[in-house]
Each structure stands twice: as structure tokens, then as C-alpha cells.
Design a protein around this ligand. Sequence first.
Ligand code: PEP
Ligand code: MG
Length: 844
Amino acid sequence: LAEISFDFPLPNGLHARPATALHEVVKRFGSTVTLTNQRSGLEGSASSVLALVATRTRQGDPCVLSIAGQDEAATSEALASFVATELPHLDDEILSRPAPTSEKRLPRALAEGRARVLQGCPAAGGVARGEAFVLARLSAFQGLAREASGAPDAELARLEAAIATVAAELRRQAAIAPGTAQAAIAGAHLAILEDPELEAVVRSRVGDGRAAAAAVLEAAEHFTAVLHASGSAVLAERAQDLADIAARLVVALHPELEEQAPDIPTGAILLADTLAPSRLMALHRGSISALALASAGSTSHTVVLARALGVPCVTALAGVTGAVASGQDLVVDGERGLVVLEPSESVAAFYEGERAKLETIRDRLSATRDALAVTRDGRRVEVGANVGSAAEARRAFACGADGIGLYRSELLFLEKAEPPSETAQAAEYTETVRAAGGRPVILRTLDVGGDKTVPYLGLPVEANPFLGLRAVRFYPERRELVKAQLRAVLRASAHGVVRIMVPMVSCLEEVREVRSLLAEASAELAAQGVAHAREVELGIMVEVPAAALLVDTFAKEVDFFSVGSNDLTQYTLAADRDNPHVAGLFSSLHPAVVRLLARIALDARDAGRRVGLCGELAGNPLALPLLVGLGFDELSLAAAGIPAVKAAIRRCDTPACRELAARAMACTTTAAVEELLRHFRSRSEQWPLVDAALVELDCKAASREEAIRRLVDLLDLGGRIDAADAVEDAVWVRETTATTSVGFGVAVPHCASPHVRAASLALVRLARPVEWGSLDGEGVCLAILIAVKAGEAGDVHLRTIAALARRLVDDEFRSVLLAAPDADAVVVLLAGAIDASTGGKAPG
Ligand code: PEP
Ligand code: MG
């Protein structure tokens, strides 16, 4: 027996990669090799990667390799050289990877608190905290753990057949594209599938009387626990591979289980690699508080649905299902595109503040949500809601919707075994129309195909479903089904204002076909004596460039237009709306899309037809002045965004917006359009230096950090800044060079940042004095933040600080300020102080 002793060198411990490397060396010889970890007391055979990993070896653990067999000497020599020269460098690549937290600027509370953060893309806004529920396929199989077993021999035979099936599948995958990442993953999965230790555990469980699938699940659970216990993020990622292999084996044993829906605890955060819109609908049932997905495009129907449901969503989180375990405490930050694992107290407090801020914004906007959206110069823009059910429509009207601009009727058809009947559809549409109480409801006819598959409709499997038999293109195949929908819509038309809209139109014949179906439907209802409106407007969605270029032609045969900017962008840029690889290209602010939008709006107006826009672009506040300038009569968006869009329309001035639109059309890149819009936004606001909304007289902040965050939040709530995190950082740049306490319990933090829209003062009076590093040792009970726009303000803030400081050393001024009865009184005092010292000219 030979032995090699060494201290384990790798910072990530003995994870799959070094274990595989060790295993590869041993495989070349005939000897048996065992690794013993003298700290954990665990040993594992080097013939199994999982057994090696299971020794829970961490950096610095004393280890012994014991070698026995005929070629002991040669094996020892090879292993000694492996341990000395190769092993210590196996993590170099991992260690040289930049820490993920350095990719994006994190809010200070997260960066300082060293939170574990996964960074993705913000897809649906809002913040939620809850327990993780990882939608690995494995979770669907828990019922199998109690499954009755057949005879052990029979179970073993089933198991072997399943292993052979999965191995063959993996070999096929590895062979399709050798050298690619997919092939490498298939290879790694094959190694796990064939791991002797895994197989031994499964077999022994079958020997104990378990059914094959139960044995697989138990073995997977056992090794998953081992991997998670290692405390290494790299190893935790392997757990996902293991779960995947186990799931494949179970499905091979029980093919009927592939699509079972799991039981998700109320309030849980759902994590999945990908999620079809229909699956989200089936799983949601009001119980999911947030979504974290490895991949999904920003206008994919899954994301569109998440927004409609008001569920915060982060996408582009590669490996998320492996990095998080079900049951872990998480925060999903849909505003910034972050997932925070096991938030500390300070991080949780920060997010509590964020949640409260979002709620304040919502509450403030709700005061004016029901008023019409009229521009400063008196032009009305209708703001409708995009919905998928009568219940959603009711919620939309509570958010101030002027109508339903898009009812996605196909959502009624998803997740069913057969199409909803004409009666059921009529009931649902009628309920929506009744909820509208005279406001218009635009019902879109079936838009299936693309990413919305409906098994019972028998749509063909296509190589490019978005370019295939989608929406109106499949109507000729199912005339009766479409006519039943039209009859249901017509029935609802007896109860209010209903308009019909056809999706994906690219040629006139499609409109004529729907018109003739509509005439037949109407005649059939009339023959039965069923009441319905005689004249129902028929419009089309403009979402294919062909339709955009033929608006003047279509205008002769349709009553209105509504731009589906999601699809129009997808088809104009030839960039799949759901494909993260082209997400960088997909933008509705691409100059080509902007020019098409302009042309559509112009041609529609010239032809005397109303034109709306109901894609995600309608909910983008930055784009709003552009859409007003282009002349859209109506915008329709997810209900939650309606109050903000209405408020933004009220700030618009049509001539200025028209000029903006003309400039946007001359832009040559997406970035230039965005820059133009940002510049327009900051220029068009006229703000006084301080107003009552920027003053808080009973601030509960318990530290300098919290007080500064609150001051920044006041600016954010007041609309004075466009990136709170960046402004907070800018404040801290100065705060860390020198304390901003000016003595007497007063601090004047300040910053200059490109994210400040207008020079502003915010003030908090603290309920209890907080430590501010003051030279006189006094705690601070009054903090005044001075924020100016970088580069544009010259020395405004210096003059303002000087002016304020001069007044603040005055005992009387200070005591009046500290005793001010309300925010308005504070504003008068501050404005007076600055005015007096700047010779009556307010800076900024
Ligand atoms: C669009 O394409 O912009 C649209 C509103 O329709 P959907 O997102 O349902 O395809
Ligand atoms: Mg569309």
C-alpha cells in the first residue's frame, strides 16, 4: 500500500473539476485509489467523481491518497506529480473570472453589505421578498417517492433500460455539435450518469425495496445535499446537473410525468431556466410573488404576462436554478434586475425602503389616475389597458384605464384541453364590456402560434413559428372556430362599445376573409334572434412591416389601426423578441422602427383613421413624448403603468413633442434616439430649487447611511433625479473625503451628477440625532442635500452651500428652522436664505 499526504490546495475545495481530473489520472492504472479527508473523516473512491466530491474537502484540509494494486508504484508516481504540479492550478480559470458583483453598479446597501447577488436584466418592475421555489423538473416528481415497487430484479431491469435510453440521448446530443458548450455539458452529464458511486447508491436503494424512480430521487437528494454542504458555489452549480440527470432518468421511467405541475407555496419566488407563457398561467393562480428566469426576452409573452400580473421579474440569470435552492430566502429586484440571496438585516431594510418608495409613487399617481390624459396644449390621448381576462379588465379600470386597448383573447385558449365554448367566451367578453361601463373595449381575435402553442388546435410543428402559421394566417384552417369567437364578441357588443382587432395582418385578403367571417357570424346571430350591435368597428394590428407600408391601402377597408410594437420591432429588425442572443439588437427605439412608426401614424391620420399603439413601447416613459409627437391617438399598456403614463402625457407639449419626433427620425442609431429622449426629458422640466415634497420633518433614519439614502429617495420621489443609486454613490464620493457636517448638529451633504435633472435641495429633520463624523462630536439632527447636474451648474452648489452655511451658523436661523411647523415653512426659510446670499438670483 502506498500513500501520498498533502494539504488540499484549492480555494473552492474538491469540486467536480479537480475530482474529475484526479479520476482521469487514476483511470489510466489498475490500482484502487482512495482519498481520505482527515478533517472530515470521510473517504471516497477515486473511481467515482461524486464519491470524491462527497468527502467535503475544503482548502487546507489534510488529505491522504491510499494506493493499492499491482501498478502501485507507477500510480503513485503519476499521482504525486498530479498533486504537486497540476492540482494547485485547476481553479485558476475560475478565480480569474471577475466576481459577478463587479459587472453592474449595485446600490450601496448591497455593495457595502457584501450581499450575494445574481445579476440579470430587469423585465417586470417591483420588488418582492419570499421563499425560492426552483422549478427544476425534479420537483414535479415528489409523489414518486412513495411509489410502490415491483420485484427488485424487475426494477433493476427498468433502471438499466432507463440509463441506456438517457445515455443514448446524451451521446446523440454530444455528437450533434462537437466542441460546443452544449456538447461539453452533454459530456459532463454523461459522466455523472455513469458515475459508479451514483449507480451504486441507486442500486442499493432498489435492493432495499424502492421502486426505480424513487431510488433515483433518493440518490439525487443524497448527493445534492453533499454538494450543497460543500458551501462552494461551483459545487452547488453541479447540483443542477445532477437534478437534470435524475429528472431525465425519472421521465425515462415514467414518460407520463413530463408535464405535471408542482404545488407552489403561496408567496414563493419562482425560479426556472425557461418558462412558456402557458406554463406561467398554469402555475401562477395568484400565488407567485416574483419570477427569476435564466432566459426570456424583454417582450416575450412570458414577460408581458408577468407585467400584466404585476409580478416582478428578472431574466438573463444564467445558472439561476443551480445557484439557488428551493426554500432559500430571496429578494427579487425587478427594478434593477437583481436577485439577492439570503438578505442580511441591512439589505432587507434597504428593500423595505424601496418597496415603500414604490408604493408612495403608486399612491401619488393614483390621485390623478382617473382624470383624462390631456397635454398642456389641450390634446387628449386615450390611455387604455392590455388585458387577458375580465378580472384583469376590472383591475385595469381601477388603475384609471380609459378603455381596453388590447384584450388578448388567446389567453382564454391556453392551458385547456379544448377551446372555450362560444357561450363561455361570450360570458367572459360581456363581463369585460360591462366592467368598461361605456368605455371602448378592443377585443383582439385569436393570436396563437409563435411562442403561444395550443396543443388541441393541431398547429403544425414549424422551424420558424414566428414566421409561420401564426394568428390570422391560420384562420382559413379553422373557420368555424374563428366564427364562434366572432359570434361571442358580437354577443358582447350588445352591452357596450366593442371593437374587433385582427393580429398579424400582412395583406388585404386577410382583412377581407375576417370581414366575411364577421358578416356570416352576424347573419347567423340575427337568424337566431340574438341581440348584437349592427355596426362593430373592425381594425387591424400593424405589426408586420408589410402592413406598416400599406396603411393607406388598408385604411380603405378597416376602421382603425393599432401598432403592435413588440412584433413590429421583431419583424423589422429580424430579431426574435424572445431570444436573449439578439436582445441587444431588439429595441423599439431603433431608428428604422421610429421611422416606420412615424409613417404609420401619418398615413393613418391622412386617411382619417384612428391610430393607437399597444406594444411594450407604450409603457416606456422615456418614449412617451416621442409617441405624442408622432401623433398617436391612443396608447395601451399593462394596467400598473397607466397612472404614470397619464401623468407624463399631462406634462407634454405637442409642438415640442413634434419637434422631438422630427429629430428622432433623423437619428442614425438606437443609442442616439435614447440620448435624444433623455436629453429632452431633463430639458423640459422646470423646477424650483426646493419644494415641500423634498422636505421630511420626522425622518426615522438611524444612521448617516440611512439619512443619505432617504434624502436621495426624496429627490427620486420628487422626479428630480433619474438614477437614485448613482446619485447616492456621488454623494458618498464627497462624504468619504471629508465629513459634510458643518457643526451645530447640521450636515450639508452634496453632489454633482449627470443623473440630476435639476438643481435641488432636499432636507430631513431627524427624529433622533445620528453620528456624522462631526468635528465638534455632535450628532446631526438636520441634513440638507444639495444636488446639481454635473457639468451644467458651474459653481452653483458651492455658492449655495456657502450661502446656506453662512445662515446655518446663525443660532436664531437654526432654531427657527429646527422648529419649523411644516414643510412649507422650511421651503420659505431655505429659499429666503439662498436668495439673500445670492443677491436675489436663485441659482440653477
Ligand atoms: C405586439 O406585438 O406589440 C402586441 C401588442 O401583441 P403581442 O405582444 O400579444 O404579440
Ligand atoms: Mg403581436
